[in-house]
Design a protein around this ligand. Structure first.
Ligand code: GMT
Length: 374
């Protein structure tokens, strides 16, 4: 198939899933055309089946807000027409689903039919999408999609709750490439981070409020009172300055490292003993799956789709949002010498169920469904 993939090109989960999906499909022989405003972060190798089309926005002094959606729709029309695509797969509803609708109508007027699959990722529904500024357009463009997928059952349910959707939404969970995400031998790094064999706790996120990074820091403070430990924080975002201040107030700076945005997050995960994800909302929790693939058990909140990923007592624990006391108790249980190895094995076993080889055929089935003659 010739597939156009539209996504955000940044470090965010939806962009990562879209890029890894495109790479996986290209390996299987499909021709994949990425359409976005800059080279996707994870699109880091050459393949004869991978193409990248940059959306260019002509600047004009009148535009206080450059009309990205129009530039994107125009680029989609161009790529579908000249590359003879079979379908468009857009990741994250805003504004990709409505831009795809516009492109589809323009192409229809030119006698070209192009099915659109929209994948809902989370905040496009749970935070931003349901806001009155966007809800009518989001509802309309989801309903106009030929195929709709959500990354968890929880997100599927929330979509039906918040929007009047009269079409089927198929759940296709997020996935992981276990060839890339696996525990690596990083003894030198482990010695540098925890020279005295301290337990290593990791959190990765975009440091937005919804991630509750302050809970991460408070849980870590309590872990550290019970046993020697280090905290590695990967990523960056608006909450970071407040988090640095909190570490100073709690006098734990010596044991906390802010590593910023890192591409090779699997190298950090390779020296970790525990991953924390206390999010307020999380449609799936791709970062937690990446940790589990590197044999790192997870203590998370029970928000959104996290209970569909983290198996209580096996690959980690889920706890009520904001219950840092319970999260600390569960973290200390996992980190106890007699339990840690069992949880590490449980984390890897659970991650294997989400291997790309199991999930990719589910997307291919959705494509076949929208391409089947009606
Ligand atoms: O986590 C974020 O805030 C980024 C966001 C995104 O859209 O890139 O992630 C969402 O999509 C990921 C991939 O499907 C999911 O694994 C994340 O759980 C989801 N984030 C939220 O729902 C908050």
């Amino acid at each position: 198939m010739k597939i156009g993939i539209v996504c955000y090109p940044t470090f965010g989960g939806s962009g990562v899933v879209a890029t890894e999906l495109g790479k996986g499909l290209a390996k299987k022989g499909h021709e994949i055309h990425f359409i976005t405003y800059s080279q996707p972060t994870r699109l880091d190798f050459f393949s004869e089946n991978l193409y990248y089309h940059e959306v260019y926005m002509e600047p004009y002094p009148l535009f206080a807000y450059p009309p990205y959606e129009l530039a994107l729709a125009s680029k989609m029309v161009d790529v579908v027409r000249y590359e003879k695509l079979d379908l468009l797969h857009v990741h994250y509803a805003i504004p990709h689903a409505s831009a795809a609708y516009m492109a589809k109508q323009i192409l229809k007027s030119q006698g070209i039919s192009i099915p659109v699959v929209t994948t809902l990722h989370g905040t496009d529904i749970t935070l931003v999408g349901k806001n009155a500024s966007y809800a009518p357009v989001v509802t309309f463009s989801i309903n106009e999609s030929d195929g709709i997928t959500a990354v968890s059952e929880s997100l599927r349910q929330e979509t039906y709750q918040h929007f009047e959707i009269h079409k089927d939404i198929t759940v296709v969970h997020n996935f992981i490439d276990l060839e890339r995400f696996k525990k690596q031998k990083k003894d030198h790094f482990k010695t540098a981070i925890s020279p005295g064999g301290e337990k290593v706790v990791v959190h990765t996120s975009n440091f937005r409020k919804v991630k509750r990074v302050d809970d991460v820091i408070r849980i870590f403070q309590q872990i550290r009172e019970a046993m020697p430990a280090r905290l590695l924080l990967v990523g960056d975002g608006p909450e970071r300055p407040k988090m640095e201040k909190l570490c100073r107030e709690l006098k734990i700076c010596d044991d906390v490292r802010f590593l910023g945005k890192l591409e090779a997050v699997e190298e950090v995960l390779s020296v970790a003993d525990l991953f924390l994800m206390p999010s307020e909302k999380e449609s799936f929790g791709l970062a937690a799956l990446e940790a589990m693939a590197c044999e790192v058990p997870v203590v998370s909140s029970n928000a959104g789709g996290l209970p569909e990923l983290v198996v209580d007592g096996v690959s980690g624990f889920t706890c009520p949002v904001g219950d840092t006391r319970q999260m600390t108790e569960r973290a200390l249980f996992i980190l106890a010498d007699e339990n840690l190895q069992r949880f590490k094995e449980g984390a890897l076993a659970r991650a294997r169920e989400f291997d790309i080889s199991n999930i990719l055929p589910q997307y291919e089935a959705v494509y076949e469904q929208v391409l089947a003659p009606k």
